[in-house]
Design a protein around this ligand. Structure first.
Ligand SMILES: NC(=O)C1=CN([C@@H]2O[C@H](COP(=O)(O)OP(=O)(O)OC[C@H]3O[C@@H](n4cnc5c(N)ncnc54)[C@H](OP(=O)(O)O)[C@@H]3O)[C@@H](O)[C@H]2O)C=CC1
Ligand SMILES: CC(C)CCC[C@@H](C)[C@H]1CC=C2C3=C(CC[C@@]21C)[C@@]1(C)CC[C@H](O)C[C@@H]1CC3
Length: 623
C-alpha cells in the first residue's frame, strides 16, 4: 500500500469539489482503505478528499481577502443575487498580454456556507433565517486563493471573458468522493446559495467534457438497439393480431413490406404531429422555467398539455358524432406504427445533423461520445429547439402520449365492432380508464417533467424520438389491442381488486412524485417541512422519511404496480399483455441504476448514507 503523503495536523491546500479552487485545510484523518483524507476547512467544514486534490501550501500564493470580504457593508454591496457564484478577474483592468505573462488566472469564487446536520428535521429550519444568513457567513470563512502561480493542471481551468468555464475535466471522474460535514456551531443554517453554486459549477464541468461512461451497453448496445427496437414493436403487433398469440407461435413472420405502407395513414400521422405542434404553440397555459442550463440560463416552457388533450377529446367527440369511424386506426395499426417509425427516424436524423452545429454548451453530458451510433441513439443535443418549440419536451408529452389515449379509444370501438357488443368489455374499460388517468396525470403535472432525467440529462436522439413517437403509443396500447380479438370475461370482484391495485399504485406514484417535486421547489413548504432529510455536499438535501424513506424510488414502485393493474384485465391466457409490465420493470430497474450512479457521483457519501438508511431501491424487502 502506498504511504500517505500528508500527515495528520498538516496545513495544506484542499481543492473544493466541483471547482478548481484550493482552500487552506488541516488534515484531520486518513482512511487507508478508501485512501481519502478527512480535511477541515477554516470554517469547520469537513470533507473527504483524495490525495490528488490536496497540495502543499508552498505551491500557492495565498491572498487573504482582508477587509474587502470581511466588511459586511462591502459584502452587501458586492453581492448579487444571493448565491450566484461570483466570477472576478484578479487582473481586471490589466493589459491582457501582461495578464497572460504573469499567469494570473481568473478565479471562480465559490461562496461557501455551513451546512445543516447530517440528518435534520426539516421542520426545525427557518427558511428566512437561511436566506438572511446566507451572505453573512459565506465569504468571511475562507481564504480565497488565487491559483495564479500554481500551474499544475491549470490548462484545464480557464474562465473565459464570457464567463464560461471551458473545461474542468478532472471533476468529471466517477470516483470523485466528498463529504461535507456540518460546521458545528452553525449546523442549523442551510445555504441555498451554496446548493446552487456547487451544482452549477459541477454541471458546467460535466457538460463540457467528452462522455466517458457510455450507457445502454455502449456503442455496440446502442447500435443493436437502433435496429432491434423497431423489430420488437412489429413482432409484438403482428403477434397480437394473431388468433393465437401464444409464445409458441413466436416469432411470427414479419409482414410483407408493402402491407406496412399506406400514404394516407402517413399523411394522417403527419397531420397529427402538426396539429399537436399547433396546440402546443397556442399562447395558452403557464410559461415555466426549466432547470438552469450550463450557461446559467433557464429555458422557458409552455405548459398547456392538459388543454391540448381536452381540445383533442372535444374534436374526437365531434368527429364520432359526425360519423367518422375511428376503428380505422385499429384496422391500419401496422401502417400507423410504420409511419410513426418513419417520422421518428427522420426526426432523429434531423436531430443528429443539427447537433453537429450545436455549440458545445448545448450538448448533453451523456451524448457526447464522438461515436456516431452512440450519439445518434442517445442524443447529442440537450434541448434542441426550433424557435420556441422545444422538440424533446414536446415529443415526450404530446403526440405519443395523447396518441396512446386515442389509440386505446379506437381499440374500444374496434372491440365493440369485432365482438359485436354494445359496450366495451369491463376489461377494455378498465384498461382505457387506467391509462387515461395516467396520461391526464402526466399532462396535469406537465411541469414535473422538466426535472426528469430525460429532460435534464439525456440528449434528444433516436432513443427518445423513437420512444416517444413509436414505443409509447404502439407498445403501451398493447393491452387494448390484445383485448380487441382476445376478449376476457372479467368478473366484477376481480375487476374491483384490479381497481384497488391501480388506485394504490397511483397513490404511491403521485404522492412520491409530488413530495419530491414540492421538496425540490421549496424544502420548507408545509407539506414536506416535517420530513427528515440528509444534507449533501452539494447543499441539496435528500428526503429520508415519508415516501422517499420507504424505498429509494417509491414513484417507480407505484408505476410498476399500475403497470401490473393494466395487464391483469387481459386475463392469464397469454403472456403478451404482460409484456408491458415486464419491459417496464426492466426499464425502471435500469433507470434506477442509472439514477443511482448519477446520485452517487453527485452526492458522494451522503448518498451512501441515504442507501444505508433506506435499504431497498424499489420493492421493500425484496429489491
Ligand atoms: N411510463 C414510463 O414509461 C415511464 C415513467 N417514468 C416515471 O416518470 C417519473 C419520473 O422519473 P425519473 O425522471 O426517472 O426520476 P425521479 O422522478 O425518480 O427522479 C430521480 C431524481 O430524484 C432526486 N432524488 C432521488 N432520491 C431523492 C430523495 N431521497 N430526496 C429527494 N430527491 C431525491 C434525484 O435528483 P436531484 O437530487 O438532482 O433532484 C434523482 O436524480 C417517475 O414517476 C417514473 O415512474 C419514468 C420513465 C418511463
Ligand atoms: C425505446 C426504449 C426502449 C425506451 C424509451 C423510453 C421512453 C418510452 C420513456 C423514457 C421516459 C419516459 C417518460 C414517460 C413516457 C415514456 C418515456 C418517454 C412519461 C412522460 C410517462 C408519464 C409520466 O407521468 C412521466 C414520464 C416521464 C418519463
Amino acid at each position: 500500500m502506498p504511504s500517505r503523503k500528508y500527515d495528520i495536523g498538516d496545513t495544506v491546500m484542499g481543492r473544493w469539489p466541483g471547482s478548481s479552487l484550493y482552500y487552506e485545510v488541516k488534515v484531520k484523518a486518513f482512511n487507508p482503505s478508501t485512501q481519502l483524507y478527512t480535511v477541515k476547512y477554516v470554517d469547520g467544514t469537513e470533507l473527504e478528499l483524495k490525495e490528488a486534490d490536496i497540495k502543499r501550501s508552498q505551491l500557492f500564493k495565498s491572498k487573504r481577502e482582508g477587509s474587502r470580504s470581511k466588511s459586511p457593508s462591502r459584502r452587501r454591496s458586492r453581492s448579487r443575487s444571493p448565491g450566484r457564484p461570483v466570477r472576478r478577474s484578479t487582473s481586471r483592468g490589466r493589459d491582457p498580454k501582461k495578464e497572460k505573462e504573469s499567469k494570473i488566472y481568473d478565479v471562480l469564487e465559490v461562496k461557501l456556507s455551513p451546512l445543516p446536520k447530517s440528518v435534520i428535521n426539516n421542520a426545525n429550519v427557518q427558511y428566512e433565517k437561511k436566506i438572511s444568513t446566507n451572505n453573512e457567513v459565506s465569504s468571511e470563512v475562507f481564504h480565497k486563493v488565487e491559483v495564479g502561480q500554481y500551474e499544475e493542471k491549470q490548462k484545464a481551468v480557464t474562465i473565459t471573458a464570457q464567463n464560461k468555464v471551458e473545461a474542468l475535466p478532472e471533476i468529471d471522474r466517477a470516483d470523485v468522493r466528498y463529504n461535507l460535514r456540518p460546521r458545528k456551531e452553525d449546523n442549523d443554517k442551510v445555504s441555498e446559495s451554496f446548493e446552487r453554486n456547487v451544482e452549477e459549477v459541477t454541471m458546467k464541468s460535466v457538460r463540457k467534457s467528452k462522455t466517458a461512461e457510455l450507457e445502454f451497453g455502449g456503442r455496440i448496445g446502442a447500435f443493436i438497439m437502433i435496429f432491434v427496437l423497431p423489430v420488437i414493436v412489429f413482432l409484438l403487433l403482428v403477434t397480437c393480431a394473431k388468433k393465437d398469440p401464444s409464445i409458441y407461435n413466436f416469432p411470427p413472420s414479419l409482414p410483407a413490406f408493402s402491407t406496412l405502407w399506406d400514404s394516407q395513414v402517413f399523411g394522417i400521422v403527419g397531420l397529427w404531429l402538426l396539429f399537436q405542434v399547433f396546440l402546443h404553440l397556442l399562447p395558452v397555459g403557464k410559461v415555466v422555467d426549466g432547470l438552469p442550463l450550463e450557461s446559467g440560463k433557464k429555458l422557458k416552457y409552455r405548459t398547456n398539455g392538459f388543454y391540448a388533450i381536452l381540445v383533442c377529446a372535444v374534436m374526437v367527440g365531434a368527429a364520432v358524432f359526425y360519423g367518422i369511424d375511428f376503428t380505422y386506426v385499429h384496422d391500419h395499426f401496422l401502417q400507423f406504427a410504420s409511419s410513426a417509425f418513419i417520422f421518428s427516424v427522420l426526426l432523429s436524423l434531423y436531430l443528429y445533423i443539427r447537433s453537429r452545429w450545436a455549440s458545445k454548451d448545448e450538448l448533453a453530458p451523456n451524448g457526447n461520445s464522438g461515436n456516431l451510433f452512440y450519439d445518434f441513439f442517445i442524443g447529442h443535443e440537450l434541448n434542441p429547439r426550433v424557435k420556441s418549440l422545444d422538440l424533446k419536451y414536446f415529443c415526450e408529452l404530446r403526440p405519443g402520449l395523447i396518441g396512446w389515449v386515442l389509440i386505446n379509444f379506437s381499440m374500444a370501438l374496434a372491440e365493440m365492432k369485432e365482438q359485436n357488443i354494445e359496450y366495451p368489455s369491463l376489461a377494455m374499460i378498465l384498461v382505457n380508464a387506467f391509462q387515461l388517468i395516467y396520461v391526464l396525470d402526466a399532462l396535469w403535472n406537465e411541469e414535473a417533467i422538466l426535472t426528469t432525467m430525460d429532460i435534464v440529462h439525456d440528449g434528444f436522439g433516436y432513443m427518445l424520438a423513437f420512444g416517444d413517437l413509436v414505443w409509447v403509443p404502439f407498445v403501451y396500447s398493447l393491452q387494448a389491442y390484445y383485448l380487441v380479438n382476445h376478449p376476457n370475461q372479467l368478473s366484477w370482484p376481480f375487476g374491483a381488486v384490479i381497481i384497488i391495485l391501480n388506485g394504490t399504485g397511483y397513490l404511491v406514484f403521485r404522492k412520491a412524485n409530488s413530495q419530491k417535486n414540492v421538496f425540490r421547489r421549496n424544502p420548507h413548504d408545509p407539506r414536506v417541512a416535517h420530513l427528515k432529510t440528509i444534507s449533501t455536499a452539494t447543499g441539496k438535501s435528500l428526503l429520508v422519511s415519508g415516501m422517499w424513506g420507504f424505498v429509494r424510488h417509491p414513484n417507480y414502485l407505484g408505476d410498476i404496480i399500475m403497470a401490473l393493474a393494466w395487464s391483469l384485465p387481459c386475463g392469464f391466457s397469454h403472456i403478451l399483455p404482460y409484456f408491458y409490465v415486464l419491459y417496464f420493470t426492466c426499464l425502471l430497474v435500469h433507470r434506477e441504476a442509472r439514477d443511482e450512479h448519477q446520485c452517487r457521483k453527485k452526492y458522494g457519501s451522503a448518498w451512501d448514507e441515504y442507501c444505508r438508511q433506506v435499504r431497498y431501491r424499489i420493492i421493500p424487502g425484496i429489491y
